[in-house]
Design a protein around this ligand. Structure first.
Ligand SMILES: [Fe+2]
Length: 272
């Protein structure tokens, strides 16, 4: 994007309402299709859970039709400036690959998450959006860290939800969750409510980093410090901090992480 284009400030993650009929449809879809059929433990395990080690359940709060959140190729913004100020900026990089490990450009990710206070939006597509990988199979998303929600035996560990699809339609759609645990301690996943229905999937925990100097000298969520020789990540962070400065937000990225996900080839008849 040229400096000329940037002379007009781009609004981060503009608000898009969810219509009332779509809210009703999503609730019915969640109740009947997702909870009773797709996410029921046996069906889930026979389908995605068996085929892709990164698969996870969809859960009941997905709403179809989320808006495109791309700022420019390979770079997306999911949170508003107000949300970034309130909960602090978090930079997630997702790299999508073929089963052989080659990067998958133009893959789409339907992405949704709760706020750091563990709240989902249902009246608008806040913290929901569609992302697309760039030529290197990677997409960076400027967002906030998802918080735990629920209570007691129904507690969910903080997580990002993702539904991934390749542009050519040759690979199987993958539904997954990416967990954010304090100090990257995998024990944080032991308390998750979904463990009653499927075994804990520690491979779905994000290995996050933090930049204490951007967070008053304190490591965000006790994540390890981003190594100072990770020049590539530092360059990406610098780019995003410049965009935050343009917004006059007075904040910088405090934490983030990177995950790589492989999509399977489409299965044959009856999923085998
Ligand atoms: Fe969730």
């Amino acid at each position: 994007m040229s400096n000329e284009t940037r002379s007009t400030l781009i609004e981060f993650a503009p608000s898009v309402p969810i219509s009332f009929p779509l809210r009703i449809f999503s609730a019915l879809r969640a109740l009947i299709w997702v909870t009773l059929i797709n996410d029921s433990p046996l069906t889930w395990w026979c389908q995605q859970g068996r085929r892709n080690e990164r698969a996870d359940m969809e859960g009941p709060v997905y709403v179809p039709g989320a808006p495109d959140r791309m700022l420019e190729p390979g770079k997306a913004v999911l949170a508003t400036v107000d949300e970034l100020k309130k909960f602090k900026p978090f930079l997630l990089q997702v790299i999508v690959r073929t089963p052989h490990g080659d990067p998958l450009p133009h893959a789409t990710i339907d992405f949704w998450q709760a706020t750091s206070a563990g709240e989902y939006a249902y009246r608008s597509y806040a913290l929901r959006g569609r992302l697309t990988t760039g030529a290197d199979g990677s997409v960076e998303v400027l967002t906030i860290s998802p918080g735990d929600y629920g209570a007691g035996a129904a507690l969910r560990t903080g997580h990002f939800h993702m539904m991934l699809q390749d542009a050519e339609g040759r690979r199987e759609q993958l539904t997954t969750q990416l967990y954010v645990c304090q100090a990257n301690n995998v024990k944080g996943m032991n308390k998750d409510f979904l463990n009653y229905f499927r075994k804990s999937r520690p491979q779905n925990m994000l290995r996050a980093w933090s930049i204490p100097e951007n967070n008053g000298g304190k490591a965000f969520n006790e994540f390890p410090k981003l190594p100072s020789d990770d020049i590539e990540s530092l360059k990406r962070i610098e780019w995003w901090n410049a965009r935050l400065a343009e917004q006059g937000a007075g904040i910088k990225i405090v934490a983030g992480g990177r995950t790589e996900i492989k999509l399977n080839e489409k299965p044959g008849w009856l999923g085998f």
